[in-house]
Write a protein that binds this ligand. Structure first.
Ligand code: N0T
Length: 522
């Protein structure tokens, strides 16, 4: 038996992302997977810090930990690698049946070089930072330096090679290459070396008509950055340069061990097309996704870090990163109770996962109201989703789910499902007479067949009305069952009726529940 277990784990297929009809799915061990994640704080990937991180993962019922690997730690001396932290993380994750997403904190961490090893920091001439328009040094590494690129490639390929050997069971399912790359405080590098490149020709990869059209740029066949891209030239040059660099690091790592790889973005306001001087320039912000795709084909997806607030902005961000050529994944979201609802929209879009940032803080004092407030909305959803993960992932992949999240105005929302119109009202009490104290209501409506639905939600009511060619008919619930999925089968606990369904439809409280219902016209 021992032998066959090992044999199986060694032949498990690699985690990968598949695409169909412009939608996406993450497969782990060949099966649909959702990352119900939590990210550790930046300085927590040290053995002495891990107990709190694991306690937080447990409290949250998360199935995946996102955790950094620090270049400065694994290659403290040039050319001498020590991956004992990887061993520690692998062993501890396996003991808890939790998967890992490793975050390669290397040349860029939030736009700076702070995770470069000391031997690099001490050789600023060899591994330089960039200069702003006035020639002043900026706390951000240059993407134009061969020595920096080669050093990062060397370290990253060593990490991927180590994983390939140490992790035949694929505890690590994905790797983030760098962290929020780009530059704060200058739109691009103005060093003489960069200036020369900037005055050169735009590379042919960016002169494709579809790409230029997608970026609202007049199609031209050649020219300088300034000529082709006008007042966005500085930012696009920075994006191309950084994406090229990271694309080469990713490609080298992938050749050694082809796990899915991604790059995360410090976002810009998605609604106002602000100037690049107001956000981190050169990272994969929504406006430069086509540049990143062309420059870094080894990167599987570009992922938004959600620190903006307001449902209009956040939902717009999810829409901008959910594309036929980009799988939606939210690797970081501010760890607050408002953000948990967006997970529903991510799943409905066929996104592959969600993770609040800085989870270990809830383990410091798990009983404090402040911490409970923050993590319970994630914990309750994760606990439920874990029981029906393959179903949720598959429904999302097939486009069967509509999600509704409560907006700040707390207004009712309707969803059109062809023969049925579904109205979601927010609040509690009979018919939702008591408004939610925060706009945290959320629902998923899964259309199993024309008249049969799965409903999942909190802090709302969900009601049906005949629509389309049956619009004038009367209707009723034939049956509403509350229950749970177990090994792919819905197991009813009870039939809901009377007060539990009569007042604007089934009533969802603070704890997410799963209902299966059939509706009829008459
Ligand atoms: C995030 C996190 C961590 C409109 C901040 C957010 C993490 C990094 N950066 O706690 O440092 O490693 O990825 C940047 C937030 C920008 C705010 C823009 C407001």
């Amino acid at each position: 038996a021992q032998l066959s277990i090992f044999a199986q784990s060694n032949t498990n297929p690699l985690p990968r992302i598949i695409d169909k009809n412009g939608r996406h799915q993450l497969l782990v061990d060949g099966k649909p997977f959702l990352i119900l994640g939590g990210q550790a704080h930046n300085s927590s990937a040290w053995p002495g810090m891990m107990p709190n991180v694991w306690a937080a993962i447990k409290q949250m019922h998360a199935n995946t930990l996102e955790v950094p690997i620090y270049w400065e730690q694994v290659e403290a001396q040039q050319g001498k690698f020590n991956f004992s932290i990887v061993d520690t993380l692998l062993a501890q994750a396996r003991a808890r049946k939790v998967r890992l997403v490793l975050l390669w904190f290397a040349t860029w961490k939030n736009g700076s070089n702070h995770y470069m090893p000391q031997w690099m920091k001490l050789e600023a001439g060899k591994y330089p930072n960039i200069l702003n328009r006035d020639g002043k040094p900026i706390d951000s590494p240059s993407p134009h330096i061969e020595a920096t690129l080669n050093a990062d490639i060397n370290a990253f390929t060593k990490l991927m090679g180590y994983l390939k050997k140490a992790d035949p069971q694929h505890t690590v399912i994905m790797v983030q290459v760098e962290n929020e790359p780009g530059s704060w405080d200058t739109v691009r590098d103005y060093s003489p070396l960069a200036q020369k490149l900037f005055e050169g020709q735009v590379p042919p990869e960016l002169l494709k008509p579809e790409l230029l059209k997608a970026m609202n740029v007049n199609v031209v066949t050649n020219g300088t950055w300034q000529k082709v891209f006008g007042d966005r030239a500085d930012e696009y040059f920075q994006a191309w340069s950084i994406a090229r660099f990271i694309g080469k690091v990713a490609a080298a790592g992938k050749t050694v061990y082809p796990l899915p790889l991604y790059v995360n973005a410090a976002l810009r306001d998605p609604l106002t097309n602000p100037k690049a001087s107001s956000y981190e320039s050169g990272g994969p912000t929504d406006n430069v996704i086509p540049i990143w795709k062309a420059a870094a084909p080894a990167i599987d997806l570009l992922a938004p870090d959600i620190y903006l607030s307001g449902s209009e902005k956040v939902l717009k961000v999810l829409d901008l990163y959910d594309r036929p050529d980009n799988t939606l994944f939210v690797p970081e979201a501010g760890f607050n109770k408002e953000n948990a609802k967006y997970m529903y929209d991510v799943i409905a879009r066929g996104g592959i996962g969600f993770s609040p940032f800085g989870i270990d803080r809830n383990a410091e004092d798990p009983e404090s109201t402040e911490n409970k407030d923050r993590y319970v909305p994630y914990a309750t959803s994760y606990a439920l989703f874990k029981t029906m993960m393959p179903e949720l992932a598959q429904w999302g992949f097939e486009g069967k789910i509509k999600a509704v999240v409560e907006h700040e105005d707390q207004a009712d929302q309707t969803v059109d499902l062809g023969q049925w119109k579904v109205t979601v009202t927010f609040g509690s009490g009979r018919g939702g007479t008591t408004k939610n104290t925060t706009p945290n209501g959320k629902a998923m409506i899964v259309k199993l067949s024309e008249n049969k639905f799965v409903l999942i939600g909190t802090n709302c009511h969900i009601a049906f009305a005949p629509s389309g060619n049956q619009a004038d008919k009367a209707w009723q619930y034939l049956k509403v069952e509350e229950g749970k999925y177990q090994n792919g089968v819905f197991k009813p606990l009870r039939i809901l009726n009377g007060d539990e369904t009569d007042w604007k439809g089934p009533n969802f409280g603070d704890l997410p529940t799963v209902l299966q219902c059939t509706v009829i016209t008459r």
